[in-house]
Design a protein around this ligand. Structure first.
Ligand code: ADP
Length: 466
């Protein structure tokens, strides 16, 4: 059993480990994927600023070739500064320049300041991976053309407002257009490659996410199955242990019953002999005491035996119809002879019940002896019965300490005893439990009303026979 428990525990630990590991992977995977994808988005944005600025620069350069207007040259330089900034940042990132210098280049390239950190991180981390290597190659090629445009601008600037020969003008314009087309193609390729990379990343992300989520689900399923199996096994174990305990109680109380009965008989004879034989009177009180304790022991064994019968469903009832009044009067009369408190019958209602008289006697007697035990300071116990809603209700009222409201629902539980009295009064806490089971098996009801400091009324109700 211990070995199998260890194995169960080990496999539950392994499953919990897998779930933790998979959750960790999913969290970090998603964190990095979001970082990568947002950096790629920043590069695609960069490309659109780059492309727009390059087109504007080209437009002003052609204007400058045609007009030699210095304003066009200035606009050309203004727009060309954008791809040049990006280019400087790229070279810086490839050559391991410090971050401040790279950031300056990227800002000149009109990138958003919040994106710079991720852009630099992506470049540095993935620059040697195939997709990014290809994209960087396109970017580098585009930058070479940006340099070419810059050189053409500088060349025309060298004319210093002198008119450019028409032949040179035409050749320069063709050259600029060719460079512009090549630049656009390279930028397009740059964006396409990054787009493809982000699609592949999203695809893998989805795949890996599904894989780990499935792993978590399967592990959780296994975990639940194991836990359920363990629960079922422990439940079976508890049931088996309870059965063994009930069996032991049943055998023990059975075996105790026979010697106790013969002991009781012998003690009763001995008590009579001791009382009546001259010279033996001094042993009489000891025999009375022994007799009293044997009676108590017999009651305890009887209670234990009843409990085992209730648990195994073997509480037999010998049903017959009788007048409940008669039984109450009989018990009160009998108890009044030995009781220290006066048992007072207040009123009795007429009514026949169909029940086992011995078992009802047992319940009523238990109420009386509890009332006596738990109200020793008072001198009377009241008994009455009344008819209500097709039932006859029998009540035993004492004037003892009473019971707190919160404890009343627990009184009829097995082995329940109120803390305040459990050390001063002997008992097992089984009497009321047995009473409840007896009354339940008669389709009746049982209960108690009480007020602390004033006393308690224990009652049971049995259906009246028409
Ligand atoms: P036992 O008397 O052997 O302890 P019972 O099942 O008969 O067991 O009673 C359960 C508990 O209910 C008692 O321990 C006692 O605390 C409380 N009890 C029962 N009857 C009375 C009463 N008349 N007044 C106060 N407390 C009572």
């Amino acid at each position: 059993m211990n070995n199998s428990n260890d194995n169960q525990r080990r496999s539950i630990l392994i499953i919990a480990g897998i779930i933790l590991f998979s959750s960790g992977i999913i969290i970090s995977l998603n964190y990095y994927s979001i970082k990568i994808l947002s950096s790629i988005r920043a590069y695609v944005n960069k490309e659109s600023h780059y492309s727009k600025a390059q087109k504007d620069a080209t437009r002003y350069l052609i204007d400058y070739i045609q007009t030699s207007d210095i304003k066009s040259y200035e606009e050309f330089k203004h727009y060309l500064a954008v791809p040049i900034g990006d280019s400087l940042a790229r070279v810086g990132m490839q050559q391991g320049a410090d971050e401040e210098q790279i950031r300056r280049g990227l800002l000149q390239g009109r990138n958003h300041p919040d994106d710079l950190h991720n852009m630099i991180w992506l470049f540095r981390t993935f620059q040697h991976m195939p997709y990014f290597e290809k994209a960087i190659a396109k970017w580098t090629a585009a930058d070479v053309d940006v340099g070419e445009l810059d050189k053409i601008g500088a060349f025309i600037y060298g004319y210093k407002n002198r008119a450019i020969e028409p032949g040179v003008q035409a050749a320069l314009k063709i050259n600029v257009s060719t460079i512009n087309r090549r630049l656009s193609n390279n930028q397009q390729a740059f964006s396409t490659i990054l787009g493809e990379a982000s699609r592949i990343i999203s695809y893998w992300l989805l795949f890996i996410n599904i894989f780990f989520i499935l792993l978590i689900l399967i592990s959780a399923g296994l975990y639940a199955r194991k836990a359920f199996k363990q629960l079922v096994e422990s439940k079976a174990l508890v049931i088996a242990q309870n059965q063994a305990k009930d069996e032991f109680l049943s055998i023990a109380s059975h075996e105790l019953k026979t010697p106790l009965t013969s002991m009781k008989a012998s003690l009763q004879i001995l008590e009579r002999l001791a009382k009546n034989s001259p010279g033996q009177q001094q042993i009489h009180p000891f025999v009375v005491n022994a007799n009293k304790h044997v009676n108590r022991l017999t009651d305890l064994v009887k209670d234990l035996l009843d409990v085992t019968k209730i648990h195994s469903g073997k509480l037999m009832l010998n049903m017959k119809q009788f007048q409940l009044n008669e039984l109450i009067k009989e018990v009160v009369e009998e108890k009044n002879q030995v009781s220290q408190q006066k048992l007072v019958i207040e009123q009795l209602a007429d009514g026949y019940v169909e029940a086992d008289p011995n078992r009802i006697y047992q319940v009523f007697e238990n109420f009386l002896s509890n009332a006596a035990k738990y109200s020793q300071e008072s001198d009377a116990i009241h008994i009455y019965s009344l008819v209500e809603e097709g039932y006859i209700k029998v009540c035993v009222k004492d004037f003892g300490h009473g019971i707190g409201e919160d404890k009343i629902p627990l009184l009829f539980d097995r082995f329940y005893r109120i803390d305040e009295t459990k050390h001063s009064v002997q008992g097992l806490g089984l009497g009321l439990f047995i009473c409840k089971e007896i009354i339940k098996s008669h389709n009746g009801e049982i209960g108690a009303d009480s007020e602390v400091g004033k006393g308690s009324t224990f009652w049971f109700r049995l259906p009246l026979v028409a």
